[in-house]
Ligand binder design. Structure first.
Ligand SMILES: [Zn+2]
Length: 270
């Protein structure tokens, strides 16, 4: 599942390719699951609109659309990629992938296609989208620390709670906890101010580093260009069960917390 750095990479790639282009027409497939707004709402919000910008909010891709000719307010097209969703910019001649659920025809002659084999991705239109949680790259230390006050859940679960922080997923939660030296099962409320300071810093660092490297390629994630990210080469704990810690050589452990795999070093993390 793409996480914040992957979605950021995809949104930046899309902004480079389609910002400024106009949407001529929209085709939507017959499968109902990918549509969170109705088909007619999506078509009328998108058709004949210019794409002003493409950016990431939480794990969502936001297309800012120009206001319509009749002066109606600006709309946003929101794409959530789910587990296997992808957005491809291609020529109309390129072969139609299986599981294509939407085709947006652009004035430049290209097409923007939404492909999603497992159909957990969602398309919607809204006037102004707001992610439910705080933006992890922007949150101040005081606000970050306040998120975990009094929380009895493991810190790992709190990091994954999208109502607290928007866009942090399994990989980057494990990697940030390793870099901060904190075990994933620690109760969130038990973290000291020093622990929280290290966690705040390492979460931002790990997300920024991953964005710089174009995200992690796990199974079938690719960016808008079809290129793979390289952050997986830097994983210190995620997916490294039994392998030696890159710092102390102890074997990395894997445990399950709230149904999700968590990886940590029993010596470097307390
Ligand atoms: Zn270690």
């Amino acid at each position: 599942m793409p996480e914040l750095p992957e979605v950021e990479t995809i949104a930046r790639g899309l902004a480079k390719r389609v910002a400024g282009d106009a949407i001529e027409s929209v085709w939507l497939g017959s499968k109902p699951e990918p549509l969170k707004s109705t088909a007619s709402e999506i078509v009328s919000a998108l058709e004949s609109k210019r794409i002003l910008d493409v950016r990431r909010l939480g794990k969502h891709i936001v297309f800012d659309l120009e206001a319509g000719n009749n002066g109606t307010g600006r709309a946003q097209w929101i794409v959530h990629l789910g587990m296997t969703g992808s957005l491809l910019v291609c020529s109309p001649e390129s072969e139609l992938a299986k599981h294509t659920h939407a085709i947006v025809r652009l004035a430049s002659g290209r097409e923007l296609r939404f492909v999603d084999p497992r159909r957990f991705g969602r398309l919607s239109v809204i006037e102004k989208f707001e992610a439910p949680g705080a933006e992890p790259l922007q949150i101040s230390f005081e606000n970050f620390a306040a998120l975990f006050r009094g929380r009895k859940t493991p810190i790992k679960s709190a990091l994954l709670n999208q109502k607290l922080l928007s866009g942090v997923g399994n990989i980057y939660a494990d990697e940030a906890l390793f870099r901060a030296g904190i075990r994933p099962r620690r109760r969130a409320a038990s973290l000291t101010r020093d622990d929280l300071r290290r966690l705040h810093l390492s979460l931002k660092r790990v997300l920024k580093e991953a964005i710089r490297l174009g995200g992690s390629s796990i199974s079938d994630y690719l960016d808008a260009n079809g290129d793979e990210g390289f952050f997986q080469l830097k994983h210190r704990v995620y997916g490294r069960e039994g392998k030696p810690c890159r710092v102390c050589k102890s074997p990395i452990k894997r445990i399950v917390i709230a149904g999700r795999s968590s990886h940590y070093c029993p010596k470097c993390q307390k």
